[in-house]
Design a protein around this ligand. Sequence first.
Ligand SMILES: [Zn+2]
Length: 456
Amino acid sequence: MADLLTLENHLIGEVWTSVDIYRHLETLCDLGSRFGGTLSEMQAREFLFQQFKKYGLSGVHLEDFDFLSWQRGECRLKTLSPSEREIPAIALVYSPSTTEPGLEAYLIDVGAGSDGDYQAQLAHLPEGIAMAHSGPDRKGRWLHRREKYGLAVSSGARAFIFVNHQPGMLLQTGSLRMGQMAPIPAVGIAFEQGAWLSREARQHPVRLRLEMHTSHKPARTAHVIGEVPGNPGDEVILVGAHYDGHDISQGAMDNAAGIALVLELARIFAPLQGQLRRTIRFVCFAVEELGVLGSTEYVKAHQDDLENLALMLNFDSGVGAGQRGFDCNGFGEIARLCTLFSKEMRYPLQCTERISTAADNFPFLMAGIPNANQTAQVNPRDLSRGWGHTVADTLDKVNEQELRESAMVAARILLRCANHAEKLGQRRSMEEVRTLLIEQNLKSSLIIQDKWPFSQ
Ligand SMILES: [Zn+2]
């Protein structure tokens, strides 16, 4: 076994001198959106498969599964009174079509779309179209889009409008339900249009008309998997990222950059077969954007070999200008390990226990597996998604040096995890997972999104 420093110097040198990582990002963005069920998704999968083969990873294969694909059609939103005006709008993923001849109802502004916001308008909602923005509520809490939509559904609203809380005339997309058709139509509109509608609604009733066509059909997709075997019989570290994006965009930051980073790790670690304590399994997950479907399927299909999974490291939208770090999803011992490595490397990392419930780490968390998401923001909450889920999530938003730095940090951490002499983390029981989620106040949010598997 080569010593850590020699290996680390080699890996860092590879990341800093190779031009592959940004070339791969360009290739993925040039293919197109890679949205589930599209040609570009299939081409991205083939590209990743060939790269894994080329690097000489062990056991390169695809694992396929069924899912429900969804396609957008025409979408028209307009005000009927007090004046007629067209509002640019796009359907949110898994929105149903409106029934003929379209849907007419009054606009109900529910602000940030928190429970309290909906309660305040409860009397009007059954006759209305609920409009919520993507920003935080008055208490500074960030609710997920699926949660705001869930509250619209449970309060009886006829449709849902999701306003981007960031200026710039950008419309935000995203899924409404996980892998299934949602009950009421929903559209995204720009901050500026939302601000105008809010102001109008404060002065007089605003009547809206929504006409929208979408379609859906059963489809099949697959993860791309390959390994760098460690010592036989030893534990596995899973390195994952999702390769799909949203249909309106290149999905450069979310998540072509994460996949380019994972490809880079696969490239530089591939020659280390048999030299590390733990096996590294690279997984390019399918259809995350449709509601974390791929990783959910993966965990379901791998129940029998989860026992030797020591850690899941997820790379999703974690490239940016801010300080690098890892959100360790309630696993204190992983956060402490992150801090230990950070000190050892004299390289500042933000190591938190914050839990992410809407990314590919989540199914692993629910199975009690130690897991962490790479981050790269000064304050990840300031900008929320930024360009993500809009048409502007394009290649130009990803800086080559920042991508390299994230890959370098990831390589150093992965190497340390793969060779750490002691146990990395402790698998949690279902009861312990439940406690972790409750401690971080996630219960009500998960219930409304239909993601709370416990009886209470
Ligand atoms: Zn993502």
